[in-house]
Write a protein that binds this ligand. Structure first.
Ligand SMILES: C[S@@+](CC[C@H](N)C(=O)[O-])C[C@H]1O[C@@H](n2cnc3c(N)ncnc32)[C@H](O)[C@@H]1O
Length: 293
């Protein structure tokens, strides 16, 4: 990896190390949606497809952020554009802007250009929009905003900066719909260094109190779900897809890389199953006139 260009969170190189593995490789097991985050499953439907559950998640965030019919919506950590296209095609949004640190993801989005969609290879820290947004969505990116080894105070300072930026970009009483993995009943030392070193370098997940301290007096929490079992089910579905297409995956990325991903998907599924990790979906509303301490 090259030099770190993000002071506190995962650098562009660290992000590309994981997400740049190969678009076709990810497409083989993520499914049609190319969503690389926890889906929203119907617990009464054991036969629900991954694509269906991913779309339910996308709809959830679009609705929670009050985006349908709006002019400008921002997706922070837009991945392969899974939210950007539905926003403009199905939910009547005029302009959808996505930020990612991964060139491969932006290239994927730009292979199917839509004049209403703009994918930028840019960190939220460098984003400087020319006009306000009506709604903001961020799914599965917050996990990368702080590095392993920072103190709680340092993490909170980063999260506070993130929420302050979102606060400034949103119109009056605007909504931010946020999804993130977080520590559950676990300590940093409970985690295998395999994930930190070989899967998601320069990345530490938040704790709920750090998110709360980060957004205090900037956003009021309207809804908070912990859907950790949804992530167990999503990881199992990805694992089954990878197994079913193993030969092709090995052809694309090699045996060692595929075995590494299998280990990571199994390990993460276990952590969600036992409650070591949580999965939060938060609906936050901008407080227009924050009190100063
Ligand atoms: C797990 S993927 C989730 C992608 C997408 N939201 C989805 O649900 O499929 C994490 C995304 O966060 C982006 N990301 C990480 N750190 C970022 C930062 N500082 N600024 C903008 N995007 C970032 C990555 O480039 C990647 O697109």
């Amino acid at each position: 990896m090259k030099n770190n260009d993000q002071e506190y969170g995962a650098s562009a190189d660290a992000i590309e190390f994981h997400y740049g593995t190969g678009n076709e490789y990810f497409a083989t097991w993520l499914g049609k949606s190319m969503a690389y985050s926890c889906a929203l499953w119907d617990e009464n439907d054991p036969d629900q497809s991954l694509d269906d559950a991913q779309f339910a998640k996308i709809r959830h965030h679009i609705e929670q952020s009050r985006a349908p019919g709006q002019s400008r919506v921002l997706d922070i950590g837009c991945g392969w554009g899974t939210v950007l296209l539905p926003l403009v095609k199905q939910f009547d949004v005029k302009n959808a802007v996505g930020l990612t640190l991964s060139e491969s993801q932006a290239n994927w989005i730009n292979e199917h250009p839509d004049p209403r969609v703009e994918a930028r290879v840019e960190s939220w820290k460098d984003h400087d929009p020319t006009a306000q947004y009506d709604s903001i969505i961020s799914i599965g990116a917050f996990e990368h905003f702080a590095k392993l080894g920072l103190s709680a105070d340092e993490k909170i300072a980063i999260y506070r900066e993130f929420f302050s930026r979102c606060h400034g970009w949103l119109g009056s009483r605007g909504y931010l719909s946020l999804q993130t993995v977080a520590y559950g009943n676990s300590l940093t030392e409970d985690f295998d260094t395999f994930i930190a070193k070989e899967i998601f370098p320069e990345t530490d997940t938040p704790k709920l109190f750090e998110i709360a301290a980060g957004c205090e007096r900037l956003f009021e929490p309207i809804v908070i779900y912990n859907h950790r079992d949804d992530y167990r089910r999503t990881l199992r579905a990805w694992y089954s897809n990878l197994k079913a297409n193993r030969a092709r995956c090995v052809e694309l990325e090699g045996e060692e890389e595929v075995a590494r991903f299998e280990q990571y998907l199994r390990l993460m599924a276990y952590m969600f199953e036992v409650g070591g990790l949580d999965l939060y979906r938060l609906t936050l509303r901008k407080i227009d006139n924050p009190k100063q301490p």
